[in-house]
Design a protein around this ligand. Structure first.
Ligand SMILES: Cc1ncc(COP(=O)(O)O)c(C=O)c1O
Length: 425
């Protein structure tokens, strides 16, 4: 390992920017990452669900190079073809009634969503407190509004309490493992117990696939939530920053429920590469912002737009959503084998398409084991499988998310490494 790089980072970088093992990524190609010792890893991380079309994707690389060759690296708000092309491609996969604002990071689109729902509430529910309902254990980014919306109290304990209780409230997420709720009446029950009037709510923000815990909202719950939002004139925001762009075996995870959210938040896998995110919202909501009041300096950077447009074309022409679905069936079968074999090490697993997680712990006692989880990740890394450190409420959840380009052989090889490591730890 090149200790110089690690030492330099230790010396100059803020602690809060580091959380992963000291493995220096030097090269990456499709589903393989190489470190500075030329050791290769099968990638089960996609760099935190970014590289849906694989690392170093040639089509994306060509599009980036072409944009760079034009000399237009940045345009601020001036019109450019890279942005127009991306918006046209995106229009094929979003509801016709929606318009788009492009940004760089996920947390920015969460902030923008909070802003437009407040504007909508002020106009459409003038006597309402315009509260937002979010979920326990949810994650929507690290800036102020996004962290208020997130449901992990330890991540938001830097925020003054008076602010945190002002306009965002959290209800239990039906995750099937950490919470004891599964039906929608838990949602209204929590509101009623906390004396929250339905008319005081302007929006609900939810991850259909809650990344922190790694599980999906049950269908009946989701359908009841959608109906309840309609009945009470409340906006439904679906955060697809992690689950979107083919990851779950549908283009958007919400498609598993046959619903149409009012607002969709997208990021990460939308470009498979450079920083690009999108706020996708009903026109009557998003256009409540006056000209020039929704943008940031780097929103929808032209080079990032070119990358994202090539990525969407690649996902479509290579049928990656279908591949995610098919490979997901194999991944689920392999994880089922692993969970049946190691009942004292794997508490539960969840998977849909190419997003999965294993909760390390004991199936009988239902206890999590975060020390073992970290050990498993470290051993997998030694054996050539790229994973990132466990997370989740107990720090015992290992996420599995290979690029959507992965084939059966590599997928099974990766699962075999997990199996082998579990036999040894
Ligand atoms: C569901 C979800 N929402 C929002 C975010 C924030 O995105 P970013 O890190 O790009 O700000 C993330 C990032 O992990 C996420 O997983």
């Amino acid at each position: 390992m090149n200790t110089n790089i690690i030492e330099t980072l230790n010396q100059y970088e803020a602690t809060g920017m580091r959380s992963q093992p000291d493995i220096i990524w030097t090269k990456a190609n499709d589903c393989i990452i190489t470190d500075d010792n030329d050791k290769e890893y099968i990638d089960f991380s996609s760099g935190v669900m970014i590289t849906n079309s694989g690392h170093n994707n040639q089509k994306i690389k060509d599009a980036i190079m072409k944009q760079l060759d034009s000399g237009i690296f940045t345009t601020y708000m001036f019109p450019n073809s890279a942005k127009a092309d991306l918006l046209k491609s995106l229009s094929k996969v979003i509801p016709q009634s929606h318009k788009v604002a492009l940004y760089s990071t996920g947390t920015e689109v969460t902030e923008a969503a909070l802003k437009i729902t407040q504007l909508w509430g002020k106009k459409n529910k003038p006597n309402s407190k315009n509260l937002i309902i979010s979920y326990v254990n949810s994650f929507h980014g690290r800036t102020l509004g996004a962290q208020l919306a997130g449901g992990v109290p330890s991540l938001a304990d830097w925020i003054p309490k008076e602010l945190s209780h002002k306009f965002i409230h959290h209800v239990p997420f039906p995750d099937g493992i950490y919470s004891n709720v599964s039906e929608f009446n838990s949602f209204t029950h929590t509101l009623d117990t906390n004396n929250i009037e339905y008319n005081d709510i302007s929006a609900v923000i939810i991850e259909c696939y809650q990344g922190g815990v790694g599980s999906f909202v049950p269908s009946a719950y989701m359908n009841d939530l959608v109906q309840w939002c309609k009945n009470n004139n409340i906006i439904l925001i679906v955060d697809e920053i992690q689950s979107g762009c083919g990851r779950t075996g549908k283009f958007w995870a919400y498609e598993h429920y046959g619903i149409q959210p009012d607002i969709i938040l997208a990021g990460k896998g939308i470009s498979s590469s450079l920083p690009l995110s999108a706020l996708i919202a009903r026109e009557d909501i998003i256009n409540l912002c006056d000209i020039g009041t929704l943008n940031t300096t780097h929103s929808g950077n032209a080079v990032c737009c070119a990358a994202a447009n090539a990525n969407l074309e690649f996902i479509e022409s290579n049928r990656l959503v279908e591949n995610a679905f098919n490979m997901g069936q194999i991944l689920s079968t392999e994880l089922n084998k692993i969970s049946q074999k190691f009942t004292d090490k794997i508490r539960a697993f969840y998977s849909k398409g190419l997003i999965a997680c294993i909760h390390v712990g004991n199936q009988e006692t239902k206890k999590s084991n975060n020390i073992l989880a970290k050990k498993i990740v470290n051993e997998c890394l030694k054996n050539g499988l790229m994973l990132y450190y466990p997370g989740g409420p107990d720090g015992a959840t290992i996420k599995i998310a290979p690029p959507l380009t992965i084939n059966k052989e590599l997928l099974i090889n990766g699962c075999d490494i997990i199996m082998k490591v579990l036999e040894q730890v």
